[in-house]
Design a protein around this ligand. Sequence first.
Ligand code: ADP
Length: 400
Amino acid sequence: MIILVMNAGSSSLKYQLYNMESEAVLAVGRVERIGMDDSILTHEPTGGIEVNRVSEILDHNEAVRKVIDILTHREHGVMTSISEINAVGHRVVHGGESFKQSTLVTQEVKQEIRRLFDLAPLHNPPAMMGITAVELHLPGVPQVVVFDTAFHQSMPKESFLYPIPMVLYRRHKIRRYGFHGTSHDYVSKQAAKVLGRPLEELKLVTCHIGNGASCAAILHGKTLDTSMGLTPLEGLMMGTRSGDLDPAIVPFTINKEELTLNEVNSMLNKHSGLLAISGISSDMREIVQAMDEGDSHAKLAFDMYTYRLRKYIGAYAAAMDGIDAVIFTAGVGENSWPVRKAVCEKLTFLGIEFDEERNLERSKEARYITKDGSRTSVLVVPTNEELLIARDTFEIVKSS
Ligand code: ADP
């Protein structure tokens, strides 16, 4: 079965084409700057040469058409006809309380995703555009939606509710949802394989730290708690997002700085985190480099970031009444050895015996960065959200 995986952002569309017989990736690519007259399509057939094409791409509908065109292109394509695509899997950020697992796209499902636009105004509408574009260009091809929030729907009330008037939950479903669910799901399963134990026995803390960052307490294969909330702003300090703070800062800042609510919202999402404290960058590579060159602001940003992450790991170990392993994944988690070192070295009380040399190794494989015999393990596990989307799509379409 050939499956096209799509991940639509507000001005981008990433894709991967899989042959599910072997789970081989046939091609990867992305369309960026959708809506501008210099949109870029980058396409890489496996084993072939990367192609870059700049043109005006009006909307996601046109972007999907360009993707289909390049996938069947005589020279750069990997298929002779679009009829070879058996199914399409979409990443959808917010599934609210309605979607506890991935599902086949139907009229009702589309209606429900539209109803959830309020909860994710920047993320769900482009995903919906992707779905309708596929209906148009690949009529009759089954589509599956995979939600970032679905895996966390196992959270119990004590971790998903906010201690505010219940009427807000009843009327507007204001509660904690959590995000990056596909990644937390994937890496916890991979970790169980590496640890050689059934997932149903394990107490794991998964740390997905990229531009956005969240960690999760995975108790016996299900999310007990996760750091992101109603939106992806809550929790860890991130590249440009503040993470946890006293909500009274919002009205206080509005009064003192004469800012609007929208301006403060944008400050917390786009001008906070590593960027705000370092004054340099939201990219951990640049923070570490500046810190090594003696920049005190970069050092403070790094220390705050790792301190807050360490606190969450400790809190989640307490929430689960124990811990078997900590897992690092995503851009920072997979690549930044200084971040992992700063976090893990001071977690000895959890039984973590950190291994400096293993931490410095570079590999695309899942691996230990603790010593053999460490009571609690720490693993680096590369995430692969696209593969999990392809697998869910495969299973659902196969059995439908
Ligand atoms: P997204 O959250 O957008 O999916 P990623 O998971 O790809 O992003 O993470 C991107 C971030 O990963 C970058 O902003 C950068 O800070 C970090 N990163 C990538 N490579 C490295 C590296 N070698 N060292 C430190 N940080 C890195």
